[in-house]
Write a protein that binds this ligand. Sequence first.
Ligand code: ADP
Length: 326
Amino acid sequence: MASVLWFGGQLVLAGRLLSAEDFIRFLAILFSVMEPIKSLGNLNNNIQIALASGQRIFAVLDTPNPIADSPGAISKKDFRRDIEFRNVWFRYGESLDWVLRGIDLRIAREQKVALVGPSGAGKTTLASLLPRFYDVTRGAVCIDGQDVRGIRLQDLRRLMGIVTQEVILFNDTVARNIAYGSREFTLEQIEEAARLANALEFIQQLPEGFQTVIGERGVRLSGGQRQRLAIARAILKNPPILIFDEATSSLDSESERLIQQAMENLMRRRTVLIIAHRLASIIHSDLIVLMDDGQILDMGSHEALLERNAQYRNLCRLQLAGAGEE
Ligand code: ADP
């Protein structure tokens, strides 16, 4: 720029080859093409970065999903009788150890079953076989006697609601987060679900109520609030089967109470598989399944297990009583 100014200035001052107006015009044009020319230089850089990112994105998109509808998959719209784990063996990879070893468990309709046991026992893995996040390595998981691998995936997952510790929220409004992108629900239905989930009060206090946009992964909400949104989601979906992975981290006792109450609303008249960390949830279950090292050690009512199983007594005393409020 300096040399252009100097050279052009000379020409103008000499008063011959270039008039002052032309020189200013020339400078204006030069300024306006400067940026585009610079960005042209960066173009190749950007293209290379985009190509590298694109490759990685497409590698993820192209990953084949081993969980897919089998060719003869049947439709199943309701849940009538029971869920059965039949001699289920599971490992996460052929070279890895067995995580579940010969699990036999029957859950009757509207029964509430709590899975308890030390961390790493296989509780989460067992629960994740039901919606087919993974398929069994051996044995079968059946709903009303029908192997889950033979049911259309969409139907299978419509039968269940899942409330986990890690609630995934989208960067969208509260209402759309509860409806999970589905447009088939009215705002009244969404509000009713939020009310039953004990979430109405805090939602109404947000700047724009149900229309407030929550940040990426719900960062602007507390852990307890996020979990209540997940519960509202499950209430709205209204599935017959519920899988609940209770939070291990302790919440303040007020959130704890609100969640407990919301879960009671949600669990009513449903079949529930709960990975329990709170003594209160365990006591309210119909059947308690004590797991360790991929096997079921014992099952029965809280009282029966307390009486006959030393490991259960220990677990209640050490792990659960510490986290629970009773
Ligand atoms: P729990 O819920 O009782 O704490 P998990 O089902 O989470 O137990 O884990 C059981 C075992 O499986 C653990 O030894 C864990 O390390 C292993 N495991 C869990 N998830 C995976 C995974 N995605 N890949 C490999 N191993 C896993």
